[in-house]
Structure formats: structure tokens, C-alpha cells
Design a protein around this ligand. Structure first.
Ligand SMILES: NC(=O)c1ccc[n+]([C@@H]2O[C@H](COP(=O)([O-])OP(=O)(O)OC[C@H]3O[C@@H](n4cnc5c(N)ncnc54)[C@H](OP(=O)(O)O)[C@@H]3O)[C@@H](O)[C@H]2O)c1
Length: 305
């Protein structure tokens, strides 16, 4: 039976992957899922020991340092988890002739392009987080093992803390929300990512050099954070009565500029990623972001007040 070593199972993507990959047991995969306690990515010796003990055929690494603003003041930690650890995972996988699926981010781009980014566009991160993720990508490429680096964006889901949860909480408490409207991208649900990766696991042929490389993997379509927040509120209100969810306090959502909401880390204005390559190479296509949001909202459990 082939083995998958999965990291970061307490995270949004790791959690969704653990659930989704359980379905591949039927395809003859055994999943060994690790949280931070079982596999701490700041501990190089532990990483090497765990990989050598498990002897996976495939490592899937959604674990990451994802605190974008905090990374500006925790550079070393961000690089240890996002760059050094993937390098070690890739080295150990290569020794076992195993393959690696790793996750990266829209934040490797500077966001100045006027149309959707394609994988051959130059990366030029404008934050420590983005730079640490790019360093992780480069470290994996340098090892040269069969790999997929999946750049995703604006991840949310029913599990974990994310923009969806924040907007619902704020919309329950406040009459007015002010949300950034000049950053554009694709909200991507953890479950859409997990479904796509599960498909990839079954169709990817790691021995094919032509398939190894970077792919954009995001829900279809595009919006702004303002557009995403507005759709969350609309979909919430459509479901609230039948689900018995508490009424929202929010009456108005105001679009604002990034400059009006300063953060320690800079973010790209354009995070729109073309997924044509993923479709062409693997036939894998993700649903429209508003459809994916609807699936997540339908599964959301919200306490009645
Ligand atoms: N979130 C986004 O909006 C976004 C956007 C673009 C790309 N991505 C990328 O997508 C991937 C998945 O992101 P996500 O949203 O699922 O992240 P997440 O919810 O923040 O989860 C991160 C996971 O990494 C684990 N982790 C952190 N430090 C660790 C360490 N030292 N050792 C072992 N595990 C550690 C966390 O464990 P604990 O629970 O113990 O902290 C958690 O399980 C990441 O590669 C991320 O860079 C995310």
C-alpha cells in the first residue's frame, strides 16, 4: 500500500485534506497525518527522523507559517517553517524516491501586473511571508525531486480562523463594515483545495518530468475583499431563517482603499492567478468562488444567540 505523509492537519487545508484523502483509501493510499506535536517543522532532526520512519511515497505539506503581518517581525521563524523545513522534506523525500506536494501563495507576486498572473511570471514578493514562501519553492526546485508546488490564495473554510468567520462575527456585532476594495483575487475554500489535490494525487504521474513544477490552484473567478465580504453577508442572510442563525446587525458595507487600512505587511493589489495550466496538465478545475462559498456556508454551524 502506498503511503502519504500529511503535515499540518490542524490547519485549514491540512484538516480538509485529511478528510478528503480518507476517500482515497479506496485507491490504495494510506495517509499518515501529523500535527505540529508529531512533526514540528522548526526541528530539522525531527523532520528527518519522521520521514525516515514513515518512508512515504508522497509527502503533502500544507503546514506553514501563515501569520502574514507577524512575519514582518518574526523573519527567522517564518523562514525556518516556510523555507528550511520544505527543503529538508524535499531532501528526505528525494532519498526515498518519493514525491512532494507543497503549497505556496499569491503573495510571491508583487501584484503590479494588470492581468491574471501565469506561472511563468516573475515572482517579486513584497512581504517577509511572501519571500519566505518563495524561498521554500526555490529550495524544493533546487533538490530536484518530482514535485507540485500549488500556489493558492485567500484560503477560508468552516474550520479554523479566517476572513469568512471574521466577517460573520463583525456583521453580527456592527452596523457598518469598512472593507478593502482595491485588492483583487480569488477566495479559495479549503475543501475546494482538498478536492482538487485529491484528484491530483490520483492523476499525477511523478515520474513525468513535464508535470513537475508550479501550478496556480484557486477557485474560479475573481473579486475584492469587499466583494467577498458582501457575498458572505448576502449568502448568510439567505440561509439565516431556515438555519435558525441570529440576525446580522450590519446595515452597510463600505468599500475602502488599502491605504485606509494599514497593516505591517504589504499585500499585492492584484492576486488574480490563472489556473489554465492546472486544467491543461491535469484536467483539474475548481468551482467558481461564490459557488464554493455556498458549499462552505451550507456546512457552517453558527450558534443561535
Ligand atoms: N491562509 C491563506 O489565506 C493562504 C493563502 C495563500 C496560500 N496559503 C498557503 O496554503 C497552505 C495552507 O494554509 P492554511 O490556510 O491551511 O494555513 P493555517 O490554517 O494557518 O494552518 C497552518 C498549519 O501549519 C501548522 N504549523 C505552523 N507552524 C508549524 C510548525 N512549526 N510545525 C508544524 N506545523 C506547523 C499549523 O499548526 P498549529 O495549528 O499547531 O499552529 C497549522 O496546522 C500554506 O502553505 C499557506 O502558506 C494560505
Amino acid at each position: 500500500m502506498k503511503k502519504i505523509l500529511l503535515t499540518g492537519v490542524s490547519g485549514q487545508v491540512g484538516h480538509a485534506l485529511q478528510q478528503q484523502l480518507a476517500l482515497t483509501a479506496a485507491h490504495g493510499w494510506q495517509v499518515i497525518a501529523c500535527d505540529r506535536q508529531q512533526l514540528d517543522l522548526t526541528q530539522p532532526e525531527q523532520i528527518r527522523r519522521v520521514v525516515r520512519e514513515v518512508k512515504p511515497d508522497l509527502i503533502i505539506n500544507p503546514a506553514a507559517y501563515t501569520a502574514v503581518d507577524k512575519a514582518e517581525s518574526e523573519r527567522e521563524m517564518a523562514y525556518a517553517i516556510n523555507a528550511t523545513a520544505p527543503h529538508i522534506l524535499a531532501e528526505e523525500a528525494a532519498k526515498l524516491n518519493a514525491a512532494l506536494i507543497h503549497f505556496s501563495t499569491d503573495y510571491v507576486y508583487d501584484g503590479t501586473k494588470l492581468s491574471a498572473y501565469v506561472e511563468t511570471d516573475s515572482a517579486n514578493p513584497v512581504s517577509v511571508y511572501g519571500a519566505s514562501k518563495l524561498a521554500g519553492e526555490e529550495a524544493i526546485r533546487q533538490v530536484g525531486l518530482p514535485h507540485l508546488i500549488l500556489r493558492t490564495s485567500w484560503v477560508y473554510g468552516s474550520y479554523g480562523n479566517n476572513f469568512l468567520k471574521t466577517i460573520i462575527r463583525l456583521a453580527q456585532a456592527r452596523e457598518m463594515l469598512r472593507i478593502v476594495a482595491d485588492q483583487h483575487g480569488a477566495p479559495t475554500s479549503a475543501i475546494s483545495i482538498a478536492q482538487a489535490v485529491t484528484e491530483l494525487v490520483t492523476v499525477w504521474q511523478p515520474e513525468s518530468e513535464a508535470q513537475t513544477g508550479v501550478y496556480h490552484l484557486v477557485n474560479a473567478g475573481e473579486t475584492s475583499w469587499f466583494g467577498f465580504a458582501s457575498e458572505i453577508v448576502t449568502q448568510y442572510q439567505a440561509l439565516a431563517t431556515v438555519r435558525g442563525w441570529p440576525d446580522l446587525a450590519v446595515k452597510e458595507i463600505q468599500p475602502i482603499a488599502t491605504a485606509e487600512y494599514p497593516t505591517p505587511a504589504k499585500r499585492p493589489a492584484n492576486s488574480i492567478l490563472s489556473t489554465a495550466k492546472l486544467g491543461q496538465h491535469f484536467g483539474v478545475r475548481l468551482p467558481e468562488w461564490s459557488v464554493a462559498l455556498n458549499q462552505v456556508m451550507a456546512a457552517l454551524s453558527i450558534e443561535a444567540s
